[in-house]
Design a protein around this ligand. Structure first.
Ligand SMILES: N[C@@H](CCC(=O)N[C@@H](CS)C(=O)NCC(=O)O)C(=O)O
Length: 235
């Protein structure tokens, strides 16, 4: 099988699949996509009509014939990699727990929405809105904290990482950066002890660290979305 991975290193959704490809040691060809340009081209839209990264192209050679599978949507890409390269071992064993892992992976979207709302807040105009959105972020991070507490950690489902952990980490990383730079708040000081335990393991995770961009690459991306009132805080 030949795998091509179409992505942009700044994209947190693509980072989910990037981490997993590395963890599974799947040899892959990297195809860098310039967002706003390459992903609008007809050849790209033919692969993914949604025009988004990540995309996986997998060439399967069976005797004389050759077939290509095209997979997109980060959670689906990771489910596919789990099935094809990991014998389905990257979700908990029990069906209800497997379902919960999938539910958590989709609940990351709520953290993502809260993150963008946070960036849109103008603290100079509305201190109450700032307080409320920070509470919403806390509530979303509490989801991780509660689950790690139940499983006794350090991961969401115990001693080994799952697809749900991978779905969360790129976004928790970005929330942490946004909180510390625009709101002077340390994610580790929210009183979420189990979240901190979970973060400790990611901070030592080799494959994740290989995909982690330096702050000078990430912060400008989020400055583009940030409200002017927040940008003043960086001056
Ligand atoms: N639901 C998609 C979201 C992917 C996504 O939004 N990717 C962004 C980059 S982070 C993208 O390709 N956006 C297209 C653009 O910026 O033009 C997934 O999970 O893969």
């Amino acid at each position: 099988m030949e795998v091509s991975f179409l992505y942009a290193p700044i994209c947190p959704f693509a980072q989910r699949t990037w981490i997993l490809l590395k963890k599974l040691k799947v040899p892959f060809k990297e195809v860098l996509i310039e967002l706003g340009k390459d992903n609008k081209e007809p050849w790209f839209l033919e692969l993914n009509p949604l025009g988004k990264v990540p995309v996986l192209r997998v060439r399967e050679k069976a005797e004389a014939s050759e077939k290509e599978a095209v997979i997109y949507e980060s959670l689906v890409c990771n489910e596919y990699l789990n099935e094809v390269f990991a014998e389905n071992k990257l979700l908990p064993q029990h069906p209800a727990q497997r379902a919960l892992a999938r539910i958590l992976a989709t609940r990351v979207d709520d953290l993502v929405s809260a993150m963008f709302k946070l960036l849109k807040t103008n603290p100079e105009e509305d201190a109450q809105a700032e307080k409320e959105i920070l509470q919403e972020i806390h509530k979303q991070l509490q989801v991780i904290d509660d689950q790690v507490k139940i499983s006794q950690g350090p991961y969401l489902f115990g001693k080994t990482w799952t697809l749900a952990d991978i779905a969360y980490i790129p976004f928790v990383e970005r929330v942490s950066i946004i909180m510390s730079h625009f709101f002077k708040k340390d994610i580790r000081e929210l009183g979420l002890r189990h979240l901190n335990l979970w973060l400790d393991t990611w901070e030592k995770d080799v494959e994740y660290l290989e995909t982690k961009l330096p702050l000078d690459k990430l912060l400008p991306v989020y400055k583009k979305y940030a409200n002017e009132g927040l940008l003043k805080r960086l001056e």
